[in-house]
Design a protein around this ligand. Structure first.
Ligand code: R5P
Length: 277
């Protein structure tokens, strides 16, 4: 039975349909002090909890869903389509936590195995105390793209070039390149242009995550006279005014998957997750 988190109802429903498994009804209650209670009245022998940890509240909800499921199911599998805090995978100064490790350990306590979609750093899997498998949902990001003219698939840094290659391969043709990026702060990045010519070409910017939109909007500002600009990513967090930043930068369309449920989530990660379950 699929047990959906409140922020992952689309991907959970799509996964239930893929696997032909029922969806557990989850009841929610909020106490006067702000704390939340979840209730999972029924599961079967295997409970698959599907919850992106897009907020601190979603983290707590995931732990609650696992605990409720654990009391009824023989096996609990946890699917974290988008793993929050996954980018905090190192301590840069003494006294800082490795937040990705802290949340991975907490998630491990309530489950037999974990699946997570396109983690920002594959090494975060090692932070879990139970087996953690990555799921690659990037292959379908090419699906919503229109027909492209002389396409150039660009990632904003070397770390995401593999995803850009996956999208290019799924599209069928095109050049792949990447920028050199230096992060100045949480919301500011510096980007060196790539060598690839962009004039009169359709450019598809590809990344694992669009969070504040600073990376993508800065990348777009480096393009010289492109025909059209598309932004595609696995995790469309689109925090604060990110969508507005992209619109003002001149993007023609934005696409992402349903690991984070947004208006741009045109692609489902469910088929890729289902293959691993
Ligand atoms: C970082 O290396 C990631 O791949 C993304 O480029 C980054 O998380 C995007 O963040 P933002 O949208 O805030 O620039």
């Amino acid at each position: 039975m699929i047990v959906p988190g409140s922020a992952s109802q689309e991907v959970a429903a799509a996964l239930a349909a893929e696997l032909d498994e029922p969806l557990a009804p989850v009841e929610y209650e909020r106490f006067a002090d702000g704390e939340q209670l979840v209730r999972v009245p029924e599961t079967d022998d295997r409970a698959v909890v599907v919850a992106s940890t897009v907020s601190d509240r979603a983290h707590v909800e995931l732990l609650q869903l696992q605990d409720a499921a654990r009391q009824q199911a023989d096996e609990v599998v946890t699917v974290v389509p988008y793993m929050g805090y996954g980018r905090q995978d190192q301590a840069f100064e003494a006294g800082e936590p490795v937040s990705a490790r802290a949340v991975a350990r907490a998630i491990s306590t309530g489950t037999d195995r974990v699946l997570t979609v396109n983690p920002h750093e594959p090494a975060v899997r090692d932070f879990f105390d139970v087996p953690c498998e990555p799921v690659d949902a990037a292959g379908r990001l090419a699906d919503p793209l229109p027909a492209l003219s002389e396409p150039l698939f660009l990632s904003p840094d070397a770390g995401a070039v593999g995803i850009a290659e996956t999208v290019r391969d799924a599209h069928g043709a095109g050049e792949v390149d990447y920028f050199e990026k230096h992060r100045l702060s949480d919301t500011e990045v510096e980007i060196q242009p790539s060598d690839a010519a962009t004039a009169d070409r359709d450019v598809v910017l590809v990344d694992d995550i669009v969070a504040t939109g600073s990376t993508m909007s800065t990348a777009i500002s480096q393009l010289e006279a492109p025909a059209r600009v598309f932004v595609t990513c696995v995790h469309p967090l689109l925090a604060a005014d990110a969508r507005t930043k992209l619109a003002n930068a001149g993007v023609d369309a934005v696409y992402g998957t349903d690991t984070v449920e947004r208006a741009v989530s045109a692609v489902s990660a469910a088929p890729a997750i289902a293959e691993r379950l």
